[in-house]
Design a protein around this ligand. Structure first.
Ligand code: AGP
Length: 616
């Protein structure tokens, strides 16, 4: 995700900002920029590409003199990576500069309102709206030519804006101060004898200070060279307690977590929220990027979902959800197969490709194959401006932020949300679900982030269980219906990071061969969240248990009958049957992670694997 740095003090700001941004590179980004007050005006330099480009552009900051400034590394969400979309963004007079991490959910209506007041825009970003909105309110605080009041302008904006933001703000009228503002996106401030600092994360400050203040939601900080003041959104001054950071830099980049994979698992409540909420408007589902009329949605005869690995598993869930809710036939294909099997794509067929990286060669090839056959392709992609995002006819972004660990977790969870939203949108338009059912499902979706958070809190129990299986040779994951889809993902999570052989099976398929592999002590993880199929999966559990298996069950709370067939049970909270994969995957992710940690594997960079498979 984006990274923010700010400095005001006795030293040159630009080199401090560049140094701080370099410590945030691990967060993933596609462009960088900074704004520095040079004693006369705000100088702004920004460019697409690595931080090195900005360093060369500014000769290591030497061409941007001044002791107050803000800087940014951008992970694109709204607007593809480009110089003009890079931060900082600024008002027309370049007297106010802003850097932002987060998503402004209501930026479009705010942009329309500003345009109606004569504002013009140069970028496609939600952040530029903030720059002009601050300008608008700041100008309203200026009386008879006196300087305006930055704090009042900022708090006015905070009352108008919906979404998540961590901001650094610089006012040319007030060069003796910089401002930091936070809602939902992380932001910290710190101080030493040479100045005060803003940063998105601890690594950017460790070189200068280990004493930091974690900014809370709806708080504003005014930083001067030798002191800071903290305010609420109602401009009331407050005091805050500093925190001393004990982490080293490596641990700090992981936010104190041992691995990026664990950190990203714990980001899932936020990534589910970020992918979901901007598309829930006034009780309806609005997927602007779908660009399909109601007639076009009603005309869909069949959907192909094409992807690889975990994205393919998400597609398998998508099949059950779209067919179940919207009653549209769905075929899910491995991209490496789709591109060579001369698929039959008839009129009325919609093709959806799913890819976290947006660079997977097989998936990109499948997209081109579908387009060559005259079909439009919708991409569900996490990386803005990636090849698949650029070549798809329409893109529905997952807003999971950059995913560093090779084994996907938060992006996979965000893909599930995107597929639920599509299924419900199609179902509502095609009239296959009633309004009351639709509203109940929307409420179930809203509850998912909190339920995921609750399951993540259960990690110690799962870690203890996982430690018993670090020596396992074979593990089987079984499920029926939508639980089969999640057992595929649970199996992949285990094998790709622990190197233990693992397979997923449709539970009803066991007796057609696989059950011969079950020996005494073989671990079988049975996912049993579908009440309609509960008795069936229970029988399968009894079958394998009779042959010596140790049965781990993942089921919905209340299904205590399962304890007669399972040796170890993990309960997940109750939700709509179509959404249980979003919850069942959490203990399975944690299980795979802790088995791999117990084996001493390189969890974030498993052997032989790449984060993005850009070759065949
Ligand atoms: C999942 O943990 C793996 N990293 C891998 O299966 C991955 O899902 C697959 O390579 C597809 O990648 P993509 O989503 O970037 O296209």
């Amino acid at each position: 995700m984006c990274g923010i740095v700010g400095y005001i003090g006795t030293n040159a700001a630009a080199p401090v900002i560049l140094e701080g941004l370099s410590k945030l590179e691990y967060r993933g980004y596609d462009s960088a920029g900074m704004a520095v007050y040079d004693g006369n005006q705000i100088q702004i330099k920004k460019s697409v590409g690595r931080l090195k480009v900005l360093e060369e552009l500014t000769h290591g900051g030497a061409t941007m003199p001044g002791v107050a400034g803000i800087g940014h590394t951008r992970w694109a969400t709204h607007g593809a990576p480009s110089d003009v979309n890079a931060h900082p963004h600024y008002n027309a007079q370049e007297t106010i500069a802003v850097v932002h991490n987060g998503i402004i959910e209501n930026y479009l209506p705010l942009k329309d309102k500003l345009i109606s007041k004569g504002y013009t825009f140069t970028s496609d970003t939600d952040t530029e709206v903030l720059a002009h909105l601050i300008d608008y309110y700041y100008k309203r605080t200026c009386k008879d030519g006196t300087e305006g009041n930055p704090l009042v302008a900022i708090t006015k904006v905070m009352h108008r804006v919906q979404g998540s933001y961590a901001l650094g703000i610089l006012f040319a009228d007030h060069p003796d101060q910089i401002f930091a503002v936070r809602k939902d996106s992380p932001l910290i401030v710190g101080q030493n004898e040479e100045g005060c600092f803003i940063a998105s994360d601890v690594p950017a400050l460790l070189k200068y200070t280990r004493t930091v203040y974690f900014i809370e939601n709806q708080e504003v900080v005014r930083l001067r060279a030798d002191h800071m003041h903290f305010y609420t959104v109602d401009e009331e001054e407050i005091t805050k307690e500093p925190v001393t950071i004990e982490w080293d830099t490596d641990a700090a980049e992981k936010g104190g977590y041992e691995h990026f994979m664990l950190k990203e698992m714990y980001e899932q409540p936020k990534t589910v929220t970020d992918t979901l909420l901007p598309r829930l408007k006034n009780g309806d589902i609005v997927i602007e990027e779908l660009c399909m009329t109601q007639e076009e949605i009603c005309a869909i005869q069949k959907i192909f979902i094409v992807a690889c690995g975990s994205a393919y598993h998400a597609g398998m869930t998508g099949k059950y959800v779209i067919e179940g809710i919207a009653r549209i036939p769905v075929e899910v294909d491995l991209a490496s197969e789709f591109r060579y099997r001369n698929p039959i794509l008839e009129k009325g067929t919609m093709v959806i490709v799913i890819s976290q990286s947006g660079e997977t060669a097989d998936t990109l090839a499948a997209l081109r194959e579908a387009q060559q056959r005259g079909h439009k392709v919708l991409g569900i992609v996490n990386v803005v401006g990636s090849s698949i995002a650029r070549e798809a006819d329409n893109v529905m972004y997952t807003w999971a932020g950059p995913e560093i660990a090779v084994a996907t977790t938060k992006a996979y969870s965000a893909q599930l949300i995107a597929l639920y939203l599509l299924a419900m949108k199609f179902g509502k338009v095609r009239g296959t679900i009633e309004q009351t059912q639709f509203q109940e499902m929307v409420e179930d979706l809203r509850r998912l982030p909190g339920q995921i958070e609750m399951l993540l809190a259960n990690k110690n129990r799962i870690q203890r269980f996982a430690n018993r299986y670090v020596g396992a040779k074979d593990v089987f994951f079984i499920g029926r219906g939508i639980d089969h889809a999640i057992s595929m993902e649970g199996s992949l999570k285990l094998k790709e990071i622990s190197y233990i052989h693992s397979e997923a099976y449709a539970a009803g398929e066991l007796k057609h061969g696989t059950i011969s592999l079950i020996e005494t002590g073989t671990l079988v993880a049975a996912v049993a969240t579908q009440n309609m199929l509960f008795q069936k999966i229970l029988s399968n559990m009894i079958e394998v248990k009779a042959r010596g298996a140790f049965v781990l069950a993942v089921t919905t709370q209340g299904n205590t009958e399962i304890e007669k067939a399972a040796d170890y049970v993990i309960y997940i909270p109750d939700t709509n049957p179509y959404f249980t994969n979003s919850l069942a995957i959490i203990p399975l992710q944690l299980f795979g992670y802790y088995v791999a940690v117990g084996k001493g594997c390189d969890v974030d960079k498993p052997r032989n694997l790449a984060k993005s498979v850009t070759v065949e």
